[in-house]
Design a protein around this ligand. Structure first.
Ligand code: ZN
Length: 202
């Protein structure tokens, strides 16, 4: 123990810092050599480690960081459909070579969704019934948006089911919870539409 500016300090010649921020992916962990770290309490110690995290950026961080982008295309023959796109996203992950990071997957249309849930046909039927109750397609004249088009319900269904998902990548695999799968939700199909897959990590 010593004293710095009148406060108690612990002498910690080797303070082990876990670089938790994935943005600084130059190295997972670093030994920080320091004479002393002021630490009145746990909160201050946490603050100290945050500051240390910020000061340690591997010089080759830009080289270590990988970025991957791909568009997936879908042309659904029906107005609405749910498609399990997990195999395509896993293929993107393999192509990227990224082992630790994040996958972002989003619909690039405002009448389609990307969401995560169970690959269970009964549930998909239930979604269809539920969404039709929330925002019935017909009569199309009930929507002010439907001037020269008929997809107001699709905009609303997409809003409820969401635009995108983010999945952690751990040891080169999508780090899913139990039964989680990625779906493309089409609400205004019968034309070519896109999904973006963006992967960042190392
Ligand atoms: Zn529209």
């Amino acid at each position: 123990m010593g004293s710095l500016n009148g406060t108690s300090i612990f002498r910690m010649p080797f303070f082990y810092v876990d670089l938790t921020s994935w943005a600084f992916t130059g190295q997972q962990k670093a030994h920080v050599v320091t004479d002393s770290i002021s630490s009145l309490d746990a909160e201050r110690l946490k603050l100290s480690s945050c500051i240390l995290n910020r000061t340690i950026i591997h010089p080759n961080v830009e080289e270590a960081m990988k970025s991957y982008r791909k568009e997936l295309f879908f042309q659904v023959p029906t107005r609405r459909a749910f498609i399990n796109i997990t195999p395509q996203v896993e293929e993107c992950l393999r192509e990227s070579g990224i082992k630790e990071g994040f996958v972002l997957c989003n619909a690039m249309h405002i009448t389609a969704s990307v969401f995560i849930n169970d690959d269970e046909p009964g549930l998909h039927h239930d979604y269809e019934v539920w969404l039709e109750k929330l925002a019935p397609h017909a009569p199309v004249s009930q929507y002010k948006h439907n001037v020269g088009e008929d997809n107001a319900d699709a905009h609303m269904k997409r809003q409820v089911m969401g635009r995108e998902v983010v999945v952690a990548v751990t040891k080169g695999k999508l780090d899913f919870g139990t039964w989680e799968q990625i779906f493309y939700g089409e609400f205004d199909g019968r034309r070519k539409k896109r999904v973006l897959v963006k992967i960042i990590g190392e």
